[in-house]
Design a protein around this ligand. Structure first.
Ligand SMILES: [Zn+2]
Length: 374
C-alpha cells in the first residue's frame, strides 16, 4: 500500500532562497515545455524529449535529470486532458528522484539546486522516523505557507488480517464526526469552533479585497483543512486502535449504495457533500488495512429508524434529528449511537440483532472529544 510521507525541511536563509529559485525555474521550464507539447500535440515523453531537451537545459540552467523530470511532469499533466495546455504555478511542486535527492541519515536531505547539491536539515517526528528507511524513488518538493517540505511516496506492507470476534459499528456524521457502537462519540465541535472563527476573519478579509487579503484568505482555508485533517487522523486512529485491541472488524455504511440512489436520510444529505466526511472514511479504511483490521460496508437503509431492541422499523422512532425513541418498547438514545449499533448488527452475521452485549451502555457515556493539537 502506498502512503505519502511529509518531511519538513529547515533550510537556512540562503538555502531557502536557492530552493525557491530552483523551484521557480523548474516551473518556468515546465510552462515552456507545455507550450511545445500543446503546439505539437505531443504527449509522448521521448518525442518531446527530442524536441526540447537541449534547449531547455541550456535556457533554464537545469541539470539533466531535472530536465527529464520537467518533461515527465508536463507529459503527465498534458495526457490527462489534451484539450488544454497545462499551466504550472511558480511554486508548484517540483519533482525529484533518487538521482537528485538523497537522505543523509535522519538529519539531512541532499537536494540538487541550480547551484549544485545542498545539505538541508530536516525536521521529522516519530511517525516519519519509523518509516524513513522506506523512502526511495520519487518525491515532490513543495512550498506551503513559506515552508518547504518533501512529500515522498512510501510503500508500506499491509498487515495480515486478524480473525475478528465481533464488530465495531461506526456511524459517520457531522455533529458527531463519528459515533461507535460502544457509545463513544467523536465530536466535531472543535472543528466548528475553528470554522466559525475563520468565517469571521474571512468576512473581514473579503470586504477588503486587496491582494494581500486574497493571499491571507488562501492561507486561511489551507490552515482550516489541515486542522480538519489532523482531527480526522486522530479519530480514525482511535477507532482503528480500539477495533484492533478488541479484535473486532469495523462496519461502516455502504456509500456506494447511497450514491446509487438508495434513499438517504435527510441528516446524511449534507454530510455526503462534505469532503471531510470522505476523508475520515478513507483514513479509517487505510489505517484498518495497515493494522489488519477488516472493514465491511453495510446497506445504509433504515439504520437510523430500526429499534435495535425490538426491531420495529418506523420513522416515528426518530422524534427529532438527534434522538431516537422507540414507539414500541421505549428504548431511547442518541440517534447516531443507535445508527452505529444497527450498523454493527447488520455486519455481524453471527450474532442476532437482539444481543445483550450491545446494550451494556443503554445510557451511552457522555460524548467526548479527542484531545487535539492546537
Ligand atoms: Zn423498540
Amino acid at each position: 500500500m502506498k502512503l505519502t510521507l511529509l518531511v519538513k525541511l529547515a533550510p537556512d536563509k540562503q538555502q531557502h532562497k536557492l530552493l525557491k529559485r530552483t523551484m521557480e525555474r523548474f516551473n518556468e521550464a515546465c510552462n515552456d515545455i507545455a507550450d511545445v507539447a500543446h503546439q505539437n500535440k505531443l504527449a509522448n515523453k521521448w518525442a518531446l524529449h527530442k524536441l526540447v531537451y537541449y534547449r531547455i537545459r541550456e535556457q533554464y540552467g537545469l541539470s539533466a535529470q531535472m530536465t527529464v523530470r520537467a518533461i515527465s511532469k508536463v507529459v503527465e499533466a498534458y495526457k490527462r486532458d489534451k484539450s488544454i495546455k497545462p499551466r504550472f504555478r511558480p511554486h508548484g511542486a517540483m519533482v525529484y528522484d533518487k538521482r537528485i535527492l538523497s537522505w543523509k541519515g535522519l538529519e539531512y536531505a541532499s537536494i540538487l539546486t541550480l547551484e549544485g547539491r545542498i545539505r538541508v536539515p530536516i525536521r521529522i517526528g516519530e511517525y516519519q522516523k519509523a518509516r524513513m528507511d522506506r523512502l526511495r524513488g520519487q518525491a515532490d518538493l513543495i512550498l506551503r505557507d513559506g515552508v518547504f517540505y518533501i512529500a515522498a511516496t512510501i510503500e508500506v506492507p499491509e498487515a495480515t488480517p486478524l480473525d475478528p470476534v465481533g464488530t465495531l459499528g461506526v456511524d459517520l456524521g457531522l455533529k458527531y464526526l463519528a459515533y461507535d457502537s460502544d457509545g463513544e462519540s467523536y465530536s466535531g465541535a472543535k472543528i466548528d469552533e475553528v470554522r466559525e472563527k475563520n468565517a469571521k476573519l474571512r468576512a473581514a478579509l473579503q470586504g477588503c479585497g486587496s491582494r494581500s487579503a486574497k493571499r491571507h484568505l488562501r492561507k486561511l482555508s489551507g490552515k482550516e483543512s489541515r486542522f480538519h485533517r489532523d482531527v480526522n487522523h486522530a479519530i480514525s486512529k482511535g477507532l482503528v486502535t480500539k477495533a484492533k485491541d478488541t479484535r473486532r472488524r469495523i462496519a461502516l455504511e455502504d456509500l456506494g449504495g447511497i450514491r446509487r440512489g438508495v434513499t438517504v436520510r435527510r441528516s446524511q444529505r449534507s454530510r455526503l457533500n462534505s469532503w471531510g466526511f470522505y476523508q475520515l472514511r478513507q483514513f479509517v479504511e487505510y489505517k484498518a488495512l495497515l493494522n489488519g483490521v477488516q472493514v465491511v460496508a453495510v446497506p445504509p437503509r433504515g439504520t437510523s429508524h430500526i429499534c435495535p431492541v425490538c426491531g420495529i422499523n418506523e420513522r416515528a422512532n426518530r422524534p427529532n434529528r438527534d434522538s431516537f425513541r422507540c414507539i414500541g418498547c421505549g428504548y431511547a438514545g442518541p440517534a447516531d449511537y443507535v445508527a452505529a449499533i444497527n450498523i454493527a448488527a447488520r455486519a455481524d452475521v453471527n450474532r442476532p440483532i437482539v444481543s445483550g452485549s450491545f446494550f451494556e451502555h443503554a445510557v451511552p457515556p457522555q460524548g467526548q472529544s479527542l484531545p487535539l493539537k492546537g
